[in-house]
Design a protein around this ligand. Structure first.
Ligand SMILES: [Zn+2]
Ligand SMILES: [Zn+2]
Length: 441
């Protein structure tokens, strides 16, 4: 398997003398298997040069599979300049997460409307197909690919590809689920010791990979002021990759304010931290033009073994109950979820919520932790004690970011634990992830 970086920058293209080495183009990575399958991860501005390089190979037909983590600008802006799409006889299959506000085709057509671009998406001569996907196992080209939700203020998925006896995992535009990575009293550095279920799932998804490409837009010092923006600092990526037994970690989605000198400096720090982890993890900051050949090994523990499946939330309408004793927060959340086409009801106390759940079982409960009278934890205990609501998905919403509260939440059986302050897009993405997972067989 061969992997090449064509775009490593996050948020916006950042050309100039100061970014010559690590690169100024936004996210785009090329993967080629020994059998010749071509998979592109994201289609930021780096996709222009990649398209030109593919055309220069002079092949009779180019069959490209584009796997988008999500459709924020820095991940799709290169598509209108991806020249293979302008040639009849080529085929381009585009995969991306099933969003809540329109299909992948609709979103991509949006940036090519006449106001923004002279050629409409439907006028492109290549055979273009669109595949809305979600968490699950997918056949893409001749390759089996696992997708898993990331934590970002938009529906975003990470991808795991296993082919040619190696595993490559692409996890870009993701931030930690919790401030604390480790559960207190447990041995740090092990997957089982990870506090938040979301971070543990994230670690398992990259377990034993040969190469993980991970978001590391910020430094650990910058991260607190950028919380909820959907990006990681290198310390999170390094520690979680080490715990997962990853061999090589490429940090990417560089912040536009970080020049080459700055990135070289944080690369040294990230390497020092990796050494301290003591697992032999190799770390580098991805740069444009960087090409890696991953050699097959017999010891790969496969993750992608199941038959293809996916958890979709597009086929039917879901009922959500929101429980919060703060009227303003309650209204805000109800409106946001109604905007995503769910049937939403509201309760302003724990007792009222239990009564409503008893009368009509919702598909998901969004539950505030701290409430006057019966609090969220008491509601949880009641729900988990009854057979009818034992498996009811509950997303707990809380200002309690500390380790003991997070641990107590998961021990009480919450499905997800979202801490305040949160942004509405982040909350709606987490709600959708909970609903999608509840549809898994
Ligand atoms: Zn991005
Ligand atoms: Zn994004």
């Amino acid at each position: 398997m061969r992997v090449r970086f064509w775009g490593t920058r996050g948020s916006i293209a950042t050309p100039g003398a100061g970014t010559n080495h690590f690169g100024g183009n936004t996210s785009c990575v090329e993967l080629t298997t020994a059998a010749g399958d071509l998979l592109l991860f994201d289609c930021g501005t780096g996709a222009r040069q990649l398209g030109a390089a593919l055309m220069a190979q002079g092949k009779k037909a180019i069959n490209a599979n584009i796997l988008l983590g999500h459709t924020h600008w820095d991940h799709i802006q290169g598509f209108p300049f991806f020249t293979p799409a302008f040639v009849k006889g080529n085929s381009v299959a585009i995969y991306g997460p099933e969003g809540s506000r329109g299909s992948l085709h609709h979103v991509l057509a949006g940036q090519m409307e006449f106001t923004y671009f002279p050629v409409a998406l439907d006028q492109l001569p290549a055979a273009i197909t669109y595949h809305d996907l979600t968490e699950g196992i997918h056949n893409i080209g001749g390759v089996r690919v696992a997708a898993q939700f990331l934590n970002h203020p938009a529906m975003t998925v990470g991808y795991r590809v296993e082919a040619d006896g190696v595993a490559m995992v692409y996890l870009v535009d993701h931030e930690p689920f919790s401030d604390e990575l480790w559960r207190s009293g447990s041995e740090p550095g092990l997957i089982e010791s990870i506090l938040h279920e979301g971070d543990r799932r994230h670690a398992k998804f990259m377990a034993d990979a040969d190469l993980v490409i991970h978001d590391a837009q910020y430094t650990p010092e910058e991260y607190p002021s950028k919380k909820t923006w959907g990006h990681s600092a290198y310390d999170y990526a390094v520690q979680i990759a080490a715990a997962a037994g990853v061999r090589c970690l490429a940090l990417t989605h560089h912040d536009p304010t970080h020049n080459d000198d700055f990135i070289s400096d944080i690369e040294r720090k990230a390497r020092t931290l990796a050494l301290q982890c003591g697992t032999g993890l190799e770390v580098f900051y991805a740069y444009e033009g960087c090409e890696l050949a991953l050699e097959p090994r017999s010891t790969l523990k496969p993750f992608v073994t199941a038959a293809p499946f996916q958890a979709s939330v597009a086929q039917r309408q879901f009922r959500i109950l929101v429980v919060d004793d703060q009227p303003d927060t309650l209204t805000l959340i109800v409106r946001a979820l109604e905007g995503d086409q769910y049937i939403v009801s509201a309760a302003s106390s724990g007792q009222e919520a239990l009564r409503m759940i008893d009368e009509h079982l919702p598909d998901l409960v969004v539950l505030d932790y701290k409430m006057a009278g019966m609090d969220g934890m008491a509601v949880m205990r009641t729900l988990r004690a009854k057979p009818k609501t034992r498996a009811l998905p509950v997303l707990m919403l809380t200002a309690m970011t500390d380790e003991p509260s997070t641990r107590a939440g998961f021990e009480a059986g919450v499905t997800d634990y979202v801490t305040k302050p949160f942004s509405i897009p982040q909350l709606t993405a987490r709600v959708r992830a909970c609903l999608a997972r509840s549809q898994l067989p």
